[in-house]
Design a protein around this ligand. Structure first.
Ligand code: KIV
Length: 279
């Protein structure tokens, strides 16, 4: 059965955790669905992990549509959340609704995710009123890396913690069904989780959240440019891939690959005729 926003709502009521991982392509999405994931985030971390940018700022709506559509083809029974990239919702509520609509119609997303609180409350309201489910994102919001002056934990001082709580309420009031909390103190994330009706999804926010999300390339040790404190390696796929690539290079160089089992044969009579004609 297809997992939907109701899967999140029911899990919160039952006190069950929800799981989310990023994916950016068909095959990874398919594997995650087969493993039983509740939701896939086509994150704009696409910019770092897949496209090799330094940050998420350069990612476009077209990039997101292209990758989201591939993920949606691979995971038809999973709730697909697609990030709205930088400047696709900040400029006006009109842009926000049009771009969210494109991510749904062309990218086949089931929901969209936006970074911010009170400052984007109108955008969230207009998008949800258009029938598009929204996930908020507070704490460390990577699209604002230039404003933050780097990737740092948020909500550690009294003022910033209070602002974060106010922003969380603003996101909920605007109609979001879930909220990503990135790099915030665990106790603060737990307080927000206990007081709000929406589903909180933590990343670097402790285990008091209603669910967790990780960038799949981080948790499989495939992405090595940097490694945030909150990442746990659940498998060392990066090393497995490197060793597979090295094995291939070795076997091709010493001509042991392809061997007979990987090779197509031809009828010996036909071969004889060919040899007579072309030798
Ligand atoms: O883009 C992304 O992958 C995200 C997660 C870090 C939550 O927003």
């Amino acid at each position: 059965m297809k997992k939907t926003v109701n899967t999140f709502k029911e899990a919160k009521l039952k006190g069950e955790k929800v799981t989310m991982l990023t994916a950016y392509d068909y095959s990874t999405a398919k594997l995650e669905e087969e493993a039983g994931i509740d939701s896939i985030l086509v994150g704009d971390s696409l910019g770092n992990v897949i496209l090799g940018y330094e940050d998420t700022v350069s990612v476009t709506v077209e990039d997101m549509i292209h990758h989201c559509a591939a993920v949606a083809r691979g995971a038809k029974n999973t709730l697909i959340v697609c990030d709205m990239p930088f400047m696709s919702y900040q400029s006006s509520t009109y842009d926000a609704v049009v771009n969210a609509g494109r991510l749904m119609k062309e990218g086949r997303a089931n929901a969209v995710k936006l970074e911010g609180g009170k400052n984007i409350q109108d955008a969230i309201k207009h998008i949800t009123e258009s029938g598009i489910p929204v996930v908020g994102h507070l704490g460390l919001t990577p699209q604002s890396v230039n404003a933050f002056g780097g990737y740092k934990a948020q909500g550690k001082s009294l003022d910033s913690a209070k602002k974060l709580i106010e922003d969380a309420y603003a996101v909920q009031e605007a109609g979001a069904f879930a909220l990503t909390l990135e790099c915030v103190p665990a106790q603060l994330a737990t307080l927000i989780t206990k007081n709000l009706k929406l589903t909180t999804i933590g990343i670097g926010a402790g285990n008091g959240c209603d669910g967790q999300v990780l960038v799949y390339a981080d948790m499989l040790a495939m992405f090595s440019d940097y490694r945030p404190k909150f990442v746990k390696n659940f498998a060392n796929v990066g090393e497995v891939m490197k060793s597979g690539f090295a094995g291939y290079i070795n076997d091709v160089k010493n001509a042991s690959y392809p061997s007979a089992e990987h090779t197509y044969a031809i009828d010996p009579d036909i071969l004889e005729k060919l040899k007579k004609e072309f030798n």
